[in-house]
Design a protein around this ligand. Sequence first.
Ligand code: GLU
Length: 262
Amino acid sequence: MKKYKRIVIKVGTKVITAKDRTLDKGRLRELVGQISCIKSNGMDVILVTSGAIGTGMGLLGIKKRPAELVELQATAAIGQSHLMHFYSEYFHSKGYRVGQILLTREDFADPKRSGNIRSTIATLLKHKAVPIINENDTVATDEIKFGDNDQLACLVTELCGADKLILLTDVDGLLDEKRRVVSVIRKITPGILKLSRSGECDLGSGGMMTKLLSAQKAVRSGVECVIANGKSKDVLIKILAGECVGSTFKVVARSKCGDINK
Ligand code: GLU
């Protein structure tokens, strides 16, 4: 397994929810197993998870994402505790504790708060616990919310000095016009950005565009990023074993590629 010091893994709503919007416990357990394996290989893992609203909807039997903010916030509150219960149980069965961290955009803008986030994460990692982060959906209003966890994962990557970012979704990676996976991206060109078919989905709120923007930001700060299918078996292990899985956004020295990030 390729060694990284610290990996941020973001799990999208569709990866861990079943068709009826209930939590896909089998998938969650499988992902926890892979993360535990990575941790036992000496790497720090910070998890950014979506799914609070999605699983909250499942628990409440709601089919359509609530339009009213207060309904959305209550749905997230119900889903978040359910989600954490199972993360906690599954990690515990592998010998790891978890620590929940709920954040808003404002927290990153404030140096004191962001310093607190950094040191709490570092201390959790020191205790071999898994920091599990989500947006604080119950307090986030339009002005302060990230809107999607892809951006949040990218900010966490920078804040914690991680050296790898993995964004897990329900597609195999960035797909070209013929629906083939673009395996390696050395330069994020307008053509690459055009391949994203961003749009609202009824469970989470990110899309391929938010993932591309996060990947772009990550490589800009020198961190390699992979977008891959969180539903495919052993996906995290395969990525770290160097197998060609998903879309990898390489960090390329500026002198070699010109204006990679313009
Ligand atoms: N924070 C939202 C949730 O847990 C997800 C946001 C996103 O999909 O990126 O449901």
